[in-house]
Design a protein around this ligand. Structure first.
Ligand SMILES: [Zn+2]
Length: 235
């Protein structure tokens, strides 16, 4: 049994993994997630390979501080972050009661954003991964060396980021060489006619099990913050 998952996670997954098609989860990414001999010993390899908690937050704390608050706060514009628990049959498992998402690397993962009271100036959404456990919360989340140097058609400073957004206007902020926290900022687009939500696709390019300086079996949360044009936090 996994040494990463908590008993409640294991229970949840035992009861919910049935419909997941592992071959499709592995998709074209050439992962051998369930080698047969491992499957015998650990039914949840896929899950411990990627576990992340999605949180929604607007925080008054500047992102450059070492510890971000992960209290949920919708703010004056009623910023909401939504994950459709039934949005995919195969790519991930979302536990509503646990508010956790379990997925593999490089699986495009949709997140819907909305504000109920949109101001008349441009808005931005910052996405920041942080370690969930208080003892690691001050540490910045970086990629492992293997994945950092894997062939990839991105600018050098993007290589350290574990979260990518496929929005072509995404800006990757923070420098590992300066020991800064890394985040990705996207413009908060206007919703299409007929919907309140704006959907953005994210993917994660390291696993929980990646060695230091990667996550090294530490679970993460993803904090979404709503910001204004000068990238000030909106209270
Ligand atoms: Zn990695």
């Amino acid at each position: 049994m996994s040494d990463i998952l908590s008993p409640e996670d294991q229970h949840y997954l035992l009861n919910n993994l049935g419909p997941i098609n592992v071959d499709e989860v592995a998709g074209n990414f050439n992962y051998n997630l369930f080698p047969e001999e491992v499957e015998q010993e650990n039914d949840f390899l896929i899950i411990e390979d990627y576990k992340c908690e999605i949180d929604k937050t607007i925080t008054p704390a500047p992102v450059t501080e070492n510890v971000l608050t992960n209290e949920e706060y919708t703010g004056p514009y009623n910023f909401e972050v939504l994950i459709d628990p039934y949005g995919s049959k195969n790519a991930w498992v979302y536990s509503v009661p646990l508010n956790k998402v379990y997925m593999n690397m490089k699986i495009p993962f949709p997140v819907d954003f909305r504000v109920h009271d949109r101001p008349d100036f441009p808005l931005y959404i910052r996405t920041t991964p942080v370690y969930s456990a208080p003892q690691f919360a001050h540490e910045n989340v970086y990629r492992c060396i293997n994945h950092e140097f894997a062939p990839e058609d991105v600018q050098n400073h993007v290589r350290h980021h574990i979260i990518r957004c496929n929005n072509r206007l995404a800006e990757y902020e923070g420098e590992k060489s300066r020991n800064e926290r890394l985040s990705v900022v996207i413009p908060f687009a206007m919703p299409q006619t007929g919907t309140e939500n704006v959907r953005e696709m994210f993917e994660f390019v390291c696993k929980n099990s990646c060695p230091v300086p990667g996550m090294n079996r530490r679970s993460i949360e993803v904090i979404f913050t709503l910001e204004d044009m000068s990238l000030n936090f909106l209270l």
